[in-house]
Design a protein around this ligand. Structure first.
Ligand SMILES: [Zn+2]
Length: 125
């Protein structure tokens, strides 16, 4: 029992470190799968920025008409729009940094950006 008495703090420390390491691994795991953000701009001006990992729907009202942006399962897509060509809706879903959805008639641009934490790419810059 002496061993246990003298090493109890060590064991607690090790247990705490294990928990921390687990939390860190989980955080890294989650952040790696985080597709980052989508920025929504109308007429060249960013009007909203939404995290890709949270389901959401965002109605975008412009002078030309309306678009409905939907974020689901880590992807963003233009659910509906009342523009004449509907190209933005036909573009489908985007999820990777650099991809974008453009609605020319409404001057709406949806762009996927890397998360603020950055990934390995951001750290190397
Ligand atoms: Zn459109």
């Amino acid at each position: 029992m002496d061993w246990l008495k003298t090493h109890r703090n060590d064991l607690l420390l090790i247990a705490a470190l294990l928990v921390l390491a687990g939390a860190l691994a989980l955080f890294l795991h989650l952040s790696r799968h985080d597709g980052g953000y989508v920025s929504v701009s109308v007429g060249g001006e960013v009007v909203a920025r939404l995290p890709l990992d949270e389901d959401a729907s965002l109605p975008i009202g412009t002078e030309g008409g309306n678009n409905l942006l939907v974020i689901e399962d880590g992807t963003a897509r233009m659910e509906s729009a009342d523009c004449p060509d509907l190209l933005c809706v036909k573009m489908g879903a985007v999820r990777y940094a650099g991809e974008s959805i453009v609605c020319l008639p409404h001057q709406v641009v949806i762009t996927v950006e890397e998360g603020p934490d950055g990934g390995f790419d951001a750290a190397a810059r």
